[in-house]
Design a binder for this molecule. Structure first.
Ligand code: FAD
Length: 391
């Protein structure tokens, strides 16, 4: 039997089925045995642990959400815990998986035709084909819905793409990149599967990143990239359709944020029991215990919120503002938590070898991507007031 995560203080994992718990236990053993020992080194070298992609595939992490690719029937909650467990060990690998499995596969599953699903879902679930998702541009992050400048021009049976993308995860080694571009005929945003390498397509790694260094992000340039009509996502007609993908993946990032907080909390707890000052472990001091209690309360409140969010997804009741609230709240809690935990480790908290610094730094990117804290709060604000503050 798989033990519940100690940081799951209210025992939420106990509501998973025995099969789900067993699968989660196998995934945790892999993460702790194979990923944890190398995570700091990959982060330090700013490299992705791509050699572990086949292991993620074997363990059924890719495509677990979809009937055509899942290894066994499972719940939204199970998949959410998988994201948390990966982030708890390595937020960068969680992002690599999230881009491929979340953004990439969800785009095909939600936006693709039956033929497109038949072509891509199996190979992506097996990790034979790796996906990326290109929405953000150098000039447009928060305002992609209205500002997206990359163009798609129809030319007979094909499309010609022109523009630039920024921050695109996995794009340096992905086999396909979903590029979101504005149709020059009707001004609507559409999705295109660009099979890479492609003529006119370049992806350059963004160097000197100081957060999520173990995942590679790219600047992409598209110069007259030709995509056949059969590689346009057939069930996406506008940004509204794309927003369905983002709603689902945003909920996953909320769980990723909890995982980042859990990773930091566990490291801080272990450190506080070993570090002796004034003749006693620092864990014995009230101020340290208060920080640990605050960290675990933040984690517990975040899990409770997201457990209900996962249920709502299963019930078809999850709207944009629900996942926006969860993403904003859990990332805010995460930011406070990793800072408290870093503080517990004193000076060693800023150095990779003590298990804290990576989580502390990685939290910043998780706070910002998939909609910044501000934008997600404004989506909630719109739902509360009926007034959009960001048009
Ligand atoms: P901006 O939009 O320029 O925002 C800057 C600041 O202004 C923020 O604090 C924001 O909240 C605030 N702001 C903006 N507008 C308003 C407003 N109306 N009211 C109040 N405040 C406002 N994108 C992809 O497409 N694919 C990926 O794979 C991908 N991976 C990423 C990985 C990493 C590590 C990072 C850092 C980013 C990634 N992104 C990806 C991009 C990410 O989604 C954007 O960074 C994010 O949407 C914010 O956009 P921006 O960075 O351009 O910030």
């Amino acid at each position: 039997e798989t033990p519940l995560l100690a940081a799951d203080f209210y025992g939420f994992q106990s509501t998973l089925t025995p099969e789900e718990q067993a699968s989660l236990g196998r995934i945790r053993a892999f993460l702790e045995g194979e990923l944890k020992p190398i995570a700091d080194e990959y982060w330090d070298r700013a490299e992705s642990a791509v050699h572990l992609i086949p292991r993620f595939a074997e363990l059924g992490v890719f495509g677990a959400a979809w009937p055509e690719t899942r290894q066994f029937e499972n719940s939204e909650l199970y998949r959410a815990w998988v994201a948390l467990e990966i982030a708890r060990v390595d937020p960068s690998s969680c992002t690599l998986v999230g881009v491929h499995n979340g953004l990439g596969m969800t785009s095909i599953a939600v936006g693709g035709s039956e033929e497109q699903k038949a072509e891509w879902m199996g190979p992506m679930a097996r990790g034979e084909v790796i996906g990326a998702f290109g929405l953000t541009e150098p000039g447009h992050g928060s305002d992609t819905a209205r500002g997206l400048e990359t163009t798609a021009t129809r030319r007979g049976d094909e499309w010609v793409l022109n523009g630039a993308k920024r921050w695109i995860g996995n794009a340096t080694f992905a086999d396909m990149v979903i590029i979101w571009a504005r149709d020059t005929a009707d001004d609507q945003v559409k999705g295109f599967i660009v099979r890479t390498p492609a003529i006119g397509f370049t992806a350059t790694k963004i160097e000197r990143k100081q957060s999520l260094r173990g995942v590679q992000n790219a600047d992409i340039v598209l110069e007259d990239v030709v995509v056949p009509e059969r590689d346009r996502l057939q069930r996406i007609d506008s940004f509204r359709d794309l927003a369905v993908v983002l709603r689902l993946t945003r909920a996953g990032v909320a769980w990723q944020a909890i995982g980042v907080a859990v990773g930091a909390y566990e490291a801080a707890l272990a450190y506080s029991k070993e570090r002796v000052q004034f003749g006693k472990p620092i864990a014995s001091y009230q101020l340290t215990q208060e920080k640990l209690a605050t960290a675990l309360s933040n984690i517990t409140a975040s899990i409770a919120m997201c457990v209900r969010l996962a249920e709502m997804e299963g019930e078809g009741e999850q709207h944009d503002h629900h996942s926006a609230m969860a993403k904003a709240f859990t990332t805010k809690m995460m930011r406070e938590t990793v800072a408290l935990c870093r503080e517990i480790a004193g000076g060693n908290g800023i150095q990779l070898d003590h298990g804290l610094a990576r989580f502390f730094a990685d939290a910043e990117a998780v706070y910002t991507f998939e909609g910044t804290y501000d934008m997600n709060q404004l989506i909630v604000g719109r739902a509360i007031t009926g007034i959009a503050a960001f048009r």
